[in-house]
Design a protein around this ligand. Structure first.
Ligand code: ASP
Length: 439
């Protein structure tokens, strides 16, 4: 049994957190490959090292005083080194970083140093080999990620090493130019290492005990999801639930490697297991509820619309020409409604309305803003009668008017649209009926 363990920034923000991480790794021999993030926040108002590095690099490029900012970053690492009782010095590394900042090595290079330095400390502390991600995670000349070469380089390298620390978030082009993934990208590195080393499990350690059934800021003490499939996860992440970087899923999914989200501060919790498929019946009819607000709806009415060939296409083309992406499109006999992100739509609203008038000559166009969409997701819904009935009675009892309904043909989700003001109450009502009372 072999595992990759990735630790997020809050799990590595201080010496105390490093100690928790090391006892997690040492408690299970199969935890062979470690992917660290950069030190995150130690308390709510703290700054992540990655953000400190961006600010510092910008100052260097703008010929402002960046050395004091750089020494504040060194202080953060030194505090960890001292707290762990290690004797290594990062002074030389910081001299190199300073020179590279002066020579404008790039913002990606700057940000990547957060993971790089944390990796050196972690490898020293654990007595594991250190593998610089710049040597094994490959980007193409145009900056896009090269999965084939990466997998070859990584698997060749790891096949010769028993246990290693590979810093997350970055890699390099063939000429050595450092490139990072998007923010939160250490999750992707973890997934790539899991694939290349063909491990049995990718453990992703963070500061929550897995995915929660609902957003804890809305539902206090929301329970966590034990097992979720990749498809369910995709539906929930699309609606704003986030614990894991979206791009981290593909490499391991392809290889059938499960991901286990775990909590560094509560290592006894089982967390959430993300799998391709499972015969395990979910505990509740639904797996999770997620929602986002900030949507606008454009309803177009025209008598006999249904018999007008090409009507939808012409309307959609107006949105395409204005570069607005469409989120949902429920329709009636003589109406069609388009849900879009309000922010994206607002600036171009008059152009779009004029465009629709010109394209299809509607009888009426109605605009509604401040709408929220809520997805109720669960593989268990397929086998259960009356799920929709329960959703609507829960919302009706909470005096919430449903503005839109959309059930995917996979029966994996039901999406309802409600007014922004009803958003939180709707999520609470749904959680209550499916999880608390289980009526
Ligand atoms: N340190 C990077 C960030 O803050 C990457 C990561 O933590 O995954 O986004």
């Amino acid at each position: 049994m072999k595992k990759v363990v990735k630790f997020g920034g809050s799990s590595l923000a201080s010496a105390e957190q490093f100690q928790k991480v090391s006892s997690i790794i040492r408690s299970d021999e199969s935890r062979k490959y470690v992917v660290p993030s950069a030190p995150g926040k130690r308390y709510a108002s703290d700054t992540k090292v990655t953000d400190m590095l961006y600010t510092c690099y910008d100052a260097a490029v703008n010929k402002k005083d960046f050395e004091s900012l750089l020494s504040a970053i060194l202080d953060r690492y030194n505090e960890i080194i001292k707290g762990l009782g290690l004797t290594i010095s990062l002074d030389h590394e910081f001299e190199v970083i300073k020179d590279n900042f002066i020579n404008e090595a790039g913002r990606d290079y700057a940000a990547s140093r957060g993971e790089y330095l944390n990796g050196i400390i972690m490898a020293t502390y654990l007595g594991f080999d250190f593998v610089d991600a710049a040597k094994v995670i490959r980007f193409n000349e145009d900056g896009s990620f090269n999965d084939t070469v990466t997998n070859d380089l990584l698997s060749a390298c790891l096949s010769k090493i028993d246990s290693a620390v590979i810093p997350g978030f970055y890699g390099a082009k063939e000429d050595g130019t450092v490139i990072t993934f998007s923010r939160g990208g250490s999750d992707i590195t973890g997934s790539l290492v899991a694939l290349a080393a063909s491990v049995d499990m990718y453990e992703n350690w963070t500061d929550v005990s897995g995915f929660l059934i609902a957003d804890p800021r809305i539902v206090k003490h929301a329970k966590s999801i034990e097992t979720i499939t990749y498809k369910e996860l995709r539906e929930l992440s699309y609606m704003g639930a986030s614990v894991l970087h979206e791009d981290a899923i593909f490499p391991v999914r392809k290889a059938g490697i499960p991901i286990n989200i775990r909590n560094t501060n509560e290592p006894q919790d089982k967390g959430t297991l993300i799998v391709e498929g499972t015969c395990k019946q979910p505990k509740y009819t639904i797996t999770g509820i997620a929602g986002t607000d900030g949507f606008a709806a454009i309803t177009i009415e025209k008598a006999m619309m249904n018999s007008e060939v090409g009507f939808c296409r012409k309307v959609l083309q107006v949105f395409e020409e204005n570069n607005i992406s469409i989120e949902h499109m429920p329709s009636g006999i003589d109406t069609m409604t388009i849900f879009v992100h309000k922010k994206e739509f607002e600036e171009k609203e008059q152009q779009v309305i004029a465009g629709i008038h010109k394209a299809v000559h509607p009888d009426h166009i109605e605009l509604e803003s401040d709408l929220a969409l809520i997805a109720i997701v669960g593989r268990g819904m397929r086998a259960t009668r009356g799920t929709a009935g329960r959703i609507f009675s829960a919302l009706a009892h909470a005096h919430i008017n449903v503005k839109m309904i959309d059930q995917g043909s996979s029966e994996l989700n039901i999406i309802v649209g409600v007014r922004h003001d009803d958003f939180k109450a709707a999520i609470r009502a749904l959680y209550e009926i499916f999880v608390l009372t289980q009526i």
